[in-house]
Ligand binder design. Structure first.
Ligand code: NAD
Length: 329
């Protein structure tokens, strides 16, 4: 790839996206952040030649791509700017504040030569790839039920004035949980669910089914004491595969397993090594390497596009409507 720039050098942009992008071989040569002092410090730390307080001061000659890690409301605005300037765009999730905003962005991006990619790192996490490889081996049948749990300790107030807390819950966690559940179990469109009342934060359950015996559940919330993640699938053979906190994948054999009498317990299929973790294990670096390859002209069907996120936005929009809730206050 030719030169790339990063807009948004806050917590995620500076501490995760930038090191992961550099490790993935993306030539980030300029940073932009309204907080120019913070951007200059980050530029210094990673030896990035330039830092700017806004894009108006930037000469885009030679720039081919942009990475966006901005507050929710600013993401779509800068995505528009990037599309107008014909830059290949990687937008951290969420690309738009609501379903209508995503649809607008999809229409705008229709003419882009490189489709904008969205940062959905859980699709690329090593444990998720291991789970998919186990299913692809054919040993455990096909996935018939997926449950993704994604809990953290925020938000407890809306990220953006005017948004509801429910919208911010989707922006922070729901988008990840629903997208990953749908990625593993596509086509489950009959949506239902509930916001479960708890003392602190929000706890949401969203379900989907396809009418042919397949089901997904996305459980997500901001009520946990710390980050917790689990993926559990049940397969047509009655086996279960459980991925805990992206670190350990276990097989819970079905009753028909030929070794079940001698060994009915869990079998560990994969465990993350202590020396290999960080940005690779959580999916950031492989995802950005795929974006790099996309810009260089290689198709990357695993990369989230704006269109591929429509089902997650539509599912949450359905749940909000069913429950008399809204994206904006
Ligand atoms: N995929 C993930 O795992 C993951 C994790 C965390 C955050 N994110 C996403 O990354 C994005 C950024 O999150 P964060 O935690 O870094 O937020 P943050 O508030 O720490 O950083 C945002 C930065 O954007 C800058 N900014 C705001 N408006 C600007 C403008 N108009 N022009 C230039 N700079 C501007 C701010 O000065 C700040 O430095 C969010 O959209 C969030 O959803 C993704």
């Amino acid at each position: 790839m030719h030169k790339a720039l990063l807009i948004g050098c806050g917590d995620h942009g500076a501490n995760t996206l930038l090191p992961a992008a550099l490790a993935a071989g993306i030539r980030v040569t300029a940073l932009v952040d309204a907080d120019i002092e913070a951007a200059a410090l980050v530029a210094d730390k990673y030896a990035i030649p330039r830092a700017f307080p806004d894009v108006a001061k930037l000469d885009l000659t030679g720039y081919e791509a942009v990475l966006l890690a901005l507050p929710v409301g600013e993401q779509a605005r800068f995505a528009r700017w990037a599309l107008e300037n014909k830059l290949a765009t990687f937008i951290e999730k969420p690309p738009a504040p609501d379903l209508a905003g995503l649809r607008e962005l999809i229409d705008l991006a229709a003419a882009a030569s490189v489709p904008p990619a969205v940062g959905m790192n859980f699709r690329w996490a090593q444990g998720v790839l291991e789970l998919e490889a186990a299913i692809a081996s054919g040993e455990y049948g096909q996935i018939t039920y997926t449950r993704v749990e994604h809990f953290a300790r925020k938000p407890i107030a809306p990220f953006t004035p005017g948004d509801t807390l429910e919208a911010s819950l989707f922006h922070a966690h729901g988008i990840h949980a629903i997208d990953l559940a749908r990625f593993l179990t596509p086509g489950t469109d009959r949506i239902s669910g509930q916001m479960i009342e708890v003392e602190r934060g929000l706890h949401c359950v969203l379900t989907g089914e396809d009418g042919a015996g397949r089901r997904l559940e996305a459980h997500f919330g901001s009520n946990a004491a710390s980050f917790q993640h689990q993926v559990r699938v049940v397969t047509t053979t009655g086996d279960m595969l459980v991925l805990d906190d992206l670190t350990e994948l276990r097989h819970r054999p079905g009753g028909a397993d030929q070794h079940v009498k001698q060994y009915p317990g869990d079998r560990v299929l994969w465990r993350r090594g202590s020396i290999k973790g960080g940005h690779g294990a959580a999916g950031y670096e492989p995802e950005l390497a795929a974006f790099n390859a996309l810009v260089e002209g290689h198709d990357q069907p695993r990369l989230a596009t704006l269109e591929s996120l429509l089902p997650a936005y539509e599912a949450y929009d359905t749940l909000l409507t069913l429950r008399g809730l809204t994206w904006t206050a």
